[in-house]
Design a protein around this ligand. Structure first.
Ligand SMILES: O=C(O)CCC(=O)C(=O)O
Length: 338
């Protein structure tokens, strides 16, 4: 079968051949346990010192955490999930007008991950948007559903504010000025992936997204409240991160791992699929400016030591990331100082 959209509205009764992973590379769902102690950071607390300490611990030992009382309004979240569901429920012909498998496009509906390069496909369709600056990109976004542009732009604005706030807290958690990370990252881009994982006839044999780390700086993930699917790698074990009402999941991306000189972990994560329920997630990525030079501050390197990774620009990193398969070795390994 050709690798076009799987959100056709038709239930598959068996998994097409091109989605079947080899035995050695399957999710082994029965071996996955629930992550019982996901760090949950309450951003509404007045005690900034404690918030910063909790973030430091979470970034160093997990590479991800959840945030509550984060300032993004409930209405923005509910409307975002609603319009994403309405988008993927549109007729296939309507959606196919937006289809492309060219990763350089700034707006595209696609499937799997990188269909031109990968050997086995993933049980996911996704709408990928560039979101900053909004007045540059909104005109190219889908016009259907009619409320799409208004709802998604509003959501993007609120999420960006949260991202800035988190970058300040993460800077402080590394003992840096609160503006340090934002200054290094320059005028940050913002991308969105609206992920749709249809019900899958054989979830044991495939992934929604195989293990990967995020190439950007920070990811703010909105998970479907009713269907779990996100798993993270912790101490060599895959753990399911179940959704918490009102929370976002925050992932440290590769750029913050490099900027923190390896103190903070860009977490390996994956999405698994479900035999009887479809699932949705909305990932917002804050990305350094193309020309931003990713280089850790002296204070994190230590006297006489070398940085773990060589300096690079984000443009250089991003090109390398997209030239590989998603689940290969950590892309940062290619930038390690010898
Ligand atoms: O669907 C999820 O929970 C994970 C999504 C994700 O990792 C991504 O979009 O990069």
């Amino acid at each position: 079968m050709d690798t076009k959209l799987i959100s056709t509205g038709i239930r598959y009764t068996s998994l097409p051949e091109s989605y079947i992973r080899p035995e050695s590379d399957r999710p082994r769902l029965s071996e996955v346990s629930t992550c019982e102690n996901v760090p949950v950071v309450d951003l509404g607390r007045d005690d900034r010192v404690s918030v910063v300490r909790e973030i430091a611990n979470a970034c160093a030992s997990y590479g991800f955490f959840q945030v509550i009382n984060h300032g993004v309004s409930e209405a923005a979240v509910v409307r975002m999930l609603g319009v994403a569901a309405a988008f993927f429920a549109m007729p296939l012909e309507e959606k196919m007008k937006l289809y492309s498998d060219d990763p350089s496009k700034t707006m595209r509906l696609s499937t799997s991950f990188n269909v031109k390069k990968e050997m086995v496909h993933n049980w996911r369709d996704y709408l990928r948007l560039h979101c900053y600056p909004l007045d540059k990109y909104v005109p190219e976004w889908p016009s259907n559903p009619p409320s799409f542009k208004e709802i998604v732009s509003n959501y993007c604005k609120e999420v960006r504010e949260l991202g800035y706030r988190l970058e300040e807290l993460i800077s402080e958690s590394l003992g840096l000025d609160k503006g340090h990370i934002r200054t290094i990252l320059g005028e940050q881009g913002q991308h969105m992936a609206m992920n749709f994982y249809p019900a899958c006839p054989e979830p044991e044999m495939t992934y929604g997204l195989p293990r990967h780390t995020d190439p950007n700086a920070l990811t703010i993930l909105l998970q479907d409240l009713h269907v779990a699917g996100l798993q993270v790698l912790k101490d060599g074990k895959w753990l399911a991160v179940n959704p918490i009402p009102g929370a976002f999941i925050i992932n440290i991306g590769d750029q913050l791992q490099a900027l923190s000189n390896g103190r903070y972990k860009s977490v390996w994560h994956r999405a698994v699929v479900n035999s009887d329920k479809e699932r949705m997630s909305v990932a917002s990525f804050l990305c350094p400016a193309d020309e931003a030079l990713i280089s850790p501050p002296e204070s994190l390197i230590g006297e006489g030591a070398r940085a773990v990774y060589r300096d690079f620009t984000y443009a250089e990193y991003y090109k390398q990331f997209w030239s590989r398969n998603l689940d290969q070795e950590h892309c940062l390994e290619l930038f390690k100082n010898q």
